[in-house]
Design a protein around this ligand. Structure first.
Ligand code: ZN
Length: 687
């Protein structure tokens, strides 16, 4: 029996089996552990839902991993990585599989010493540097001893274990790319500072995020096999159980944990059984066809959804102790694998519509009807390509139309103009470099990104030395320090750190004219499309967005600053237009929103985008008041005026005038689309 806990000290973490009210999350984690090929779990939910507790508790019910002794990359003794930097490790199965060019530190012929190691959960902090994640040259030893030593990073530690990223949506882009590469290749590659290393990095990726704090890049979202939306239960009975467990644990951790010894051991044994059963589970052609039909019904992109659903159904069957995939397995798999893949639009509400799922299952061909269809069809056999969604009848029929998707082209009746297909917006940015939160809009001084300079390392500060400046600082003192050997005498006071510049996320506040002066519904639809495109851009750059609208008698904060771009899009979609144009009120309201935002989050620099034709018609002195409001804002916040005045007929040029008073960038509505202007806003001088 290789279940966790046999013969080693019991960890005192909160037991996995004591977690209450998170059945779906626990199931997703267990299935991902049973079958790492599923590709990990993304957990979405508000703060305070004990997402992290459940994740951290998982390792305690996972079986030990058999590893090559002393290999820092956790090579499997049965099949060690031929290019392992700590290798080559001899193995009975693959004696001659050492690729050319691998530095042989270990003499060939040494028998592999193996040992069991507890399953590992490696946490990747959101603010980690690339060096920490990928590993790097041990610079201080390189300088002092003249040796090239590679220090493995977090990806090496996570090999054959779990890699956990809390607040994965806040991860710097740079690290997202590193993660995506490793996840796609199952390897990490480091090529710099004289180090050239590639090592295995296969891990189950687990991420948690609070969607209100910003969405995930679509490529990264797609990398997660399963998603679970968690929310604190509304059921008082469940809430009582949650509190009871938590209080009992805090009062006496050891006693609490020991009470769960039995359930923990049972779960650990069941996971091992499921892992062993996994290769024997049969996925019939009929089951594959049902999966393909369901995926088609939900209108998913590409083939990844089908593959993940199939793998998850197989894992679920093994978990249930069965060797043939049934409808129950397909249903459980679809619930976990499809929510984040169901539509193209990133702004749809999360979760899977249960009714739609049941309808899709009812409409599909059940696998149980003809289980003898393909007795040889295992999970590795017969690709699902032969049962592609294309032959499932008319693919357009079962998919319901999005209720408020912004890709609707037809013009419905009513005064609410509908935005059409958004386009890639050009980059609007805040000039000069800030020191803001990680993001992708304006230039900022951050701990990741391009090196722009160096500085001394403070006493007690951690950080990897920046090579050349450190050498330059140490070199002149060598004689005085009495150096005689080959190595360089480097003192802590010599160490210089890199100063890096990345991009920061901003607060983008839209101030949108929704009055009758904005002309026809068609014109307003163009305006909405432009703003939706800018919002999409904000979504990808992880900005905070806000929306102020003005029409009729005053201005409205349609959306206070938030990272939920989907809410902004919805508010914009619902925005009615008409009436007079209280431009001054709009600008003053925007100024007030910015004032409060600056108090709440002073590091996040604002960008104000005023979308207007420049007319002000609310009251006799409307124009003068607008001019005064603009003058008050002028120069205090980076501003872009998107000019919505039509090109036909006499042009008044009022928006251009407003831009001048605001000391703002003036941009024609037609130029919001990327590529229409080559000039980059972020290169311009501070006004
Ligand atoms: Zn190894």
């Amino acid at each position: 029996m290789s279940a966790a806990g046999a013969g080693r000290a019991r960890p005192q973490g909160f037991p996995f089996t004591a977690v209450v009210g998170m059945d779906e999350l626990q199931l997703a984690l267990v299935l991902a552990a049973v079958s790492p090929a599923i590709g990990g779990v993304l957990i979405r939910g508000e703060k305070g839902t004990a997402k992290s507790t459940a994740v951290r508790a998982l390792t305690e019910v996972l079986p030990d991993v058999e590893v090559v002794s002393c290999c820092r990359f956790s090579c499997d003794p049965a099949a060690p990585d031929p290019a392992c930097p700590d290798g080559p490790h001899d193995s009975a199965e693959s004696p001659a599989d050492v690729s050319a060019g691998t530095p042989a530190h270990v003499s060939a012929g040494t028998p592999v010493a193996a040992e069991p190691r507890p399953a590992r959960l490696v946490e990747l902090p959101v603010g980690a540097t690339e060096d920490r994640v990928l590993g790097s040259l041990h610079l201080e030893r390189a300088l002092a001893e003249g040796v090239t030593v590679y220090e493995p990073g977090l990806l090496a530690a996570a090999n054959r274990g779990l890699l956990y990223v809390d607040e994965v949506n806040l991860l710097h882009d740079h690290l997202v790319d590193v993660l995506l590469d490793a996840a796609a290749m199952g390897r990490a590659t480091v090529e710099r500072d004289g180090v050239s290393v590639t090592h295995p990095a296969r891990f189950v990726l687990v991420g948690t995020m609070n969607p209100e704090e910003g969405e995930l890049r679509p490529q990264l979202l797609d990398r997660f096999g399963l998603t679970v939306d968690v929310a604190a239960s509304r059921d008082p009975g469940v809430r009582v159980e949650v509190m009871k467990a938590r209080l009992a644990y805090e009062a006496d951790p050891a006693g609490f944990v020991s009470r769960y010894d039995g359930p923990q051991r049972e779960l650990a044994e069941r996971i091992v059984k499921a892992q062993n059963l996994l290769p024997d589970v049969i996925l019939t052609d009929a089951a594959l066809r049902q999966i393909a039909e369901i995926c088609a019904a939900f209108g998913v992109d590409g083939m990844r959804a089908d593959l993940v659903t199939a793998r998850t159904a197989v894992a679920h069957a093994a978990w249930s102790g069965r060797t043939v995939v049934e409808v129950a397995d397909v249903r459980a798999a679809a619930r976990l694998a499809l929510p984040h893949r169901k539509r193209r639009n990133p702004f749809d509400t999360p979760g899977l519509d249960e009714e739609q799922l049941e309808q899709a299952i009812a409409d599909s061909t059940p696998p149980d009807q003809d289980p003898d269809d393909d007795p040889d069809g295992g999970p590795g056999g017969g690709g699902p390509g032969e049962t592609g969604p294309s032959d499932a009848g008319d693919p357009g029929t079962p998919a319901p139309a999005p209720e408020n998707g912004n890709d609707q082209r037809k013009n419905g009746p009513g005064e609410v103009a509908t935005a059409s297909q958004p386009y890639r917006a050009r980059l609007l940015s805040v000039p000069a470099a800030g020191a803001g939160v990680a993001g992708r809009r304006s230039r900022a001084l951050t701990d990741a990104g391009r090196v722009v300079g160096d500085r001394p390392r403070a006493v007690g500060e951690r950080g990897r030395p920046h090579l050349l400046p450190t050498l330059r600082t140490a070199a002149p003192h060598q004689r005085a320090r009495g150096r005689t050997g080959a190595g360089l005498d480097v003192r802590p006071s010599d160490v210089r750190l890199a100063v890096r510049e990345g991009r920061e996320g901003n607060l983008v506040l839209f101030c949108v004219d929704a009055s009758g002066s904005m002309g026809t519904r068609k014109r307003m639809a163009e305006v909405k499309t432009a703003v939706v495109s800018l919002l999409l851009d904000a979504y990808q750059r992880r900005d905070t967005v806000g929306l102020v609208t003005f029409a009729g008698t005053g201005a409205t904060v349609a959306l206070p600053p938030t990272s939920s771009v989907e809410t902004a899009v919805r508010r914009l979609e619902e925005l009615p237009t008409g009436g007079r144009t209280p431009l001054a009120e709009g600008l003053l309201q925007a100024a007030e929103v910015l004032r409060i935002a600056a108090i709440r989050d002073p590091r996040r620099r604002p960008l104000l985008v005023v979308v207007t034709d420049g007319r002000a018609t609310a009251g006799q002195d409307a124009f003068a008041r607008a001019q005064r409001a603009a003058a008050r804002l002028a120069g205090r916040v980076a501003t872009v005026v998107v000019d919505c005045e039509p090109h036909r007929g006499v042009r008044l040029g009022l928006a251009a005038e407003l831009a001048a008073v605001l000391r703002a960038e003036h941009l024609d509505l037609g130029d919001v689309a990327a590529g229409n202007l080559i000039r980059a806003v972020n290169e311009r001088k501070v006004a």
